[in-house]
Design a protein around this ligand. Structure first.
Ligand code: KG4
Ligand code: ZN
Length: 344
């Protein structure tokens, strides 16, 4: 089936066309992404109203670009997948109404896609032969959880964050250091400059023994560490790289300890997904400690249209009828099984 995917849940507008086989194998026919980093940078974070307006402006242009680049026409599309949540409501609404227009014009099924399920299935999209059961570490700007994946739509939570998400911990720490939005990626890039060097800074190891993740205490510790070392940080660029390394080390350590525990207990492969899976140090440590780790390529760690097309394609290829379309700012992926139209 040839599926068009539309993603507009936050600050990236993504569209893609994929050919999805009932076996789960897929071929990416074409994809386009418009990042809004430059737009939101001067405000220090995503401004929801501006993001919605930008999605509205970008979607028709991106679709045109996608079709002209890939040589595909709307007539060849067998179905459409659109992100319906979790995300910013105004942004979701733009993507959904755009998709509804296309689906009505072409009389093709429109499948509502859970954004987090999109991130999770990126692992299967890029690893032919990878089948559940496996463990998924979902680490994005709003989510941090370890899930047991037992099939399409069948996710159970093994461990989640009690407060901030890992991406949020990166972003808030970056903000405290005066690194502009998109802070997480900037903090990680600065940390890499100090990789392999001994850092002059230390942070407490947060919640190693706890069942859940918790990053809010780390935020306070980072704030105190920065205050104490303000002068040094302002005068010594190597100190900046070292403190970024120390912060990254603390966040990554908290993730790795719990993931390794689950992987060892269950003896299953691991998929790492969501924006923070772009983090080089997280990948390095998980690959060193777990026997089978799958991480999507960098362009598919962050939000994109391909993962959305893939999820819709998997459900439609399995014969699922699209459920009622609605948008959800919150939409835990574990609740999908209850309403999942696919039992296989
Ligand atoms: O999945 P995503 O693109 O959007 C959401 O669905 O939230 O994830 C965005 C998050 C942000 O918090 C960003 O700071 C973080 O991913 N991120 C990173 C890196 N690149 C993006 N965090 C750590 N290291 C990176 N290289
Ligand atoms: Zn995401």
């Amino acid at each position: 089936m040839r599926i068009l995917g539309i993603e507009s849940s936050c600050d990236e507008t993504g569209v893609a066309v994929l050919d999805v086989e009932p076996s789960g194998e897929a071929h990416i026919v074409g994809e386009c992404l418009a990042s809004q980093v430059a737009l939101h940078e001067k405000y220090g974070g995503v401004v929801p109203e501006l993001a919605s307006r930008e999605h509205m402006r970008n979607l028709p242009l991106l679709l045109e670009e996608l079709f002209s680049k890939s040589g595909v026409t709307l007539k060849e599309i067998d179905g459409i997948g659109v992100t319906c949540g979790p995300g910013l409501k105004g942004c979701l609404l733009i993507g959904v109404t755009f998709a509804q227009g296309l689906a009505a014009a072409r009389q093709v099924p429109l499948f509502p896609v859970n954004h987090i399920e999109g991130h999770i299935l990126s692992g299967e999209l890029h690893t032919p032969g990878l089948k559940p059961p496996y463990i998924a570490l979902v680490v994005s700007g709003g989510h941090t959880e370890i899930l047991l994946v037992e099939g399409l739509g069948k996710y159970s939570c093994l461990c989640r964050t009690r407060d901030d998400a890992a991406g949020e911990a990166f972003d808030k720490s970056a903000n405290l250091l005066g690194l502009n939005y998109p802070g997480g990626a900037r903090l990680a890039a600065t940390a890499e400059q100090a990789a392999g060097r001994r850092s002059r800074f230390t942070l407490p190891r947060v919640g190693r023994e706890m069942e859940d993740f918790s990053f809010s205490g780390l935020k306070t510790a980072v704030l105190l560490l920065i205050k104490k070392n303000r002068e040094l940080l302002d005068s010594d660029p190597t100190a900046m790289a070292e403190i970024c390394w120390t912060i990254q080390d603390a966040i990554v350590d908290a993730l790795v300890v719990k993931v390794v525990r689950e992987v060892q207990k269950r003896g299953l492969p691991l998929v790492v997904c969501g924006g923070v899976s772009a983090n080089t140090e997280l990948r390095r440590r998980l690959q060193a400690k777990c026997p089978e780790v799958h991480v999507p390529p960098l362009r598919h760690c962050v939000d994109n249209g391909a993962m959305i097309a893939y999820v819709a394609g998997r459900y439609l290829a399995a014969g699922a009828q699209p459920p009622r379309l609605n948008i959800h700012s919150r939409w835990p992926v574990e609740t999908l099984s209850a309403s999942s139209p696919v039992t296989a």
